[in-house]
Design a protein around this ligand. Structure first.
Ligand code: HEM
Length: 508
């Protein structure tokens, strides 16, 4: 029986339904058949629903992705369930993504967890490229990212590191069995940023407010960087199983924003009584001005504080921690740093921010620490809102673009013995800087979405490492040749897995 004869044999209502069904099926098939075929980047063969997820697993860290780049090339595609993940692993293509097509690839992907923590992009770091991002970045520039801010902040950077050195000297174990310097440096970083933001500091390590702040920031980092929630992000059908995880994220987000709000209100109470002059203003005063002028909402104000808490404190702390571990493990390099500091400044004269341009070796050590152990080795993921072209391939709209900055800086094709900590590699004539003047070395990214905090991060890291080397001979604990430099990666972060115990013997 032909199809027409079959339809005409059906009762009228069923004939209509059946015809509709046939039209839908034929349309879907036609759409599929005639849809222009995309020329996608290479990558492992994907299976339906799961894509490559079952093959490559959850842990898409910089080292695993570097191994895949060796197999699939400088750009490859992973299909993680519903998500397209494009990994870029050459300086030429990094330039294309971050610079030449910086607008096309200048958005950020979010996911179910980041949507909670950023209020669906009401912040700056994780928002798509566009008017909101431009406005937020402009509003954040004056209070945080200018040389004037560096000059206003440097007296308290000195006070904070002085306090650290004093505390280490006061601990009788520090010179013998060792001291977890990182724990004390965490307070230093919080104080550096909270003085800049709110003109306030935490006097005591056990201040309950400080402990709660650290707890909530730690939870935020852990929940956002974990691979645990990938399944629900990659495969929307599985999302209902994430309900408890997302509930936990929501609770941490609410508690955290409430706590951050209490710092903003505390500052408002002070400035209501005595309005600051322009020179006395701290960052939040400028940001609240932008709110009063109607440029941003009060929620945007809180998300700026939120962004600084995640983007500034941990990243800088991790970088100091990696640098310190390498200095401890390389006594010759430590000695060379001390010699430079002594000969340029004179023995016992503490290094300060204006001295930094005269200390090239210290600068090389900081850059080398960031090359070998990048705090954000895959940069913050980028995204193309519309379908785009890269290296002749089609990149589907809303792909997550990972630039493997760690591999660019650790690929033996471009670096001599990249696994060796060797600051002198930066002493050559090439003058590779961290500001993106060379696409093999992008610890802060480059282009529109690059890190504006570089202007603060480099002097803070340099001052802390320089002062520690001036004040102490730093070595591993007794019986240990080296401190452990194993890393612990997250969705796009890399920190030292075990905080180093460091013996700090005061230098005479
Ligand atoms: C050593 C310390 C730091 C490192 C390694 C670092 C690294 C990075 C990287 C790799 C990015 C993403 C670049 C991209 O996606 O192309 C980024 C973005 C960002 N960083 Fe940093 N950062 C550090 C310190 C800071 C500090 C101290 C601040 C603020 C005071 C800061 C604020 C930001 C902000 C706001 C963004 C987002 C920019 C945007 O999306 O437009 N960072 N950082």
């Amino acid at each position: 029986m032909g199809l027409l004869a079959f339809v005409s044999s059906l009762p009228p209502a069923e004939a209509i339904l059946f015809s509709l069904f046939v039209v839908v099926v034929v349309s879907i098939l036609a759409l599929h058949l005639f849809k222009p075929k995309l020329h996608l980047p290479p990558g492992p063969v994907a299976v339906p629903i799961f894509g490559n997820w079952l093959q490559v697993g959850d842990d898409l860290n910089h080292e695993n992705l570097s191994e895949m780049a060796k197999k699939y090339g400088e750009v490859f595609l992973l299909r993680m369930g519903q998500r397209n993940l494009v990994v870029v692993s050459s300086p030429e293509l990094a330039k294309e993504v971050l610079h030449t097509q910086g607008v096309e690839f200048g958005s950020r992907t979010r996911n179910v967890v980041f949507d909670i923590f950023t209020g669906k992009g009401q912040d700056m770091v994780f928002t798509v490229y566009g008017d909101h991002w431009r406005k937020m970045r402009r509003i954040m520039t004056v209070p945080f990212f200018t040389n004037k801010v560096v000059q206003q902040s440097r007296p308290f950077w000195d006070e904070e590191i002085n306090a650290v050195i004093k505390d280490i000297k006061a601990d009788p174990d520090a010179a013998n069995t060792g001291y977890v310097v990182r724990r004390r440096l965490q307070t230093l970083m919080y104080n550096n940023m909270f003085r800049m933001m709110f003109n306030r500091r935490f006097d005591k390590e056990d201040d309950p407010l400080f402990l709660e702040l650290k707890r909530l920031n730690g939870e935020r980092s852990r929940l956002a960087q974990s691979f645990e929630y990938n399944y629900g992000d990659f495969i929307p059908l599985l999302r209902p199983f994430l309900r408890n995880y997302l509930k936990k994220c929501q609770k941490v987000k609410d508690d955290r924003l409430n706590l951050l709000k209490s710092f903003v209100e505390e500052r408002q109470r002070i400035t209501d009584v005595k309005p600051p002059s322009n020179d006395e203003k701290c960052a939040i005063d400028h940001i609240l001005d932008a709110h009063k002028n109607g440029e941003i909402t009060y929620d945007n104000v809180l998300y700026i504080v939120e962004n600084i808490n995640v983007a500034a404190i941990e990243t800088t702390l991790w970088t100091i921690e990696w640098g310190l571990a390498e200095i401890v493990n390389n006594p010759d390099i430590q000695e060379k740093m001390r010699d430079e500091l002594n000969s340029v400044l004179g023995p016992g004269v503490p290094v300060t921010e204006p001295d930094l341009p005269n200390l090239p070796y210290l600068h090389c050590v900081v850059k080398e620490a960031m090359r070998l152990h990048m705090a954000i080795p895959l940069l913050v993921p980028h995204m193309n809102l519309k379908q785009a072209k890269l290296a002749g391939y089609d990149i589907p709209a809303e792909s997550k673009i990972l630039v493997n900055a760690w591999w660019l800086a650790n690929n033996p094709e471009w670096w001599d013995k990249p696994e060796v900590f060797n600051p002198d590699r930066f002493a050559g004539a090439e003058k590779i800087e961290a500001n993106g003047n060379d696409f093999r070395f992008l610890p802060f990214g480059v282009g529109r979405r690059s890190c504006p905090g570089i202007i603060l991060a480099i002097p803070i890291v340099s001052l802390v490492l320089g002062r520690l080397v001036q004040a102490f001979e730093l070595s591993p604990p007794p019986g240990q040749k080296k401190v452990d430099t194993t890393g612990h990666g997250g969705q796009f972060s890399l920190r030292i897995a075990n905080h180093s115990v460091v013996v700090c013997k005061p230098v005479n």
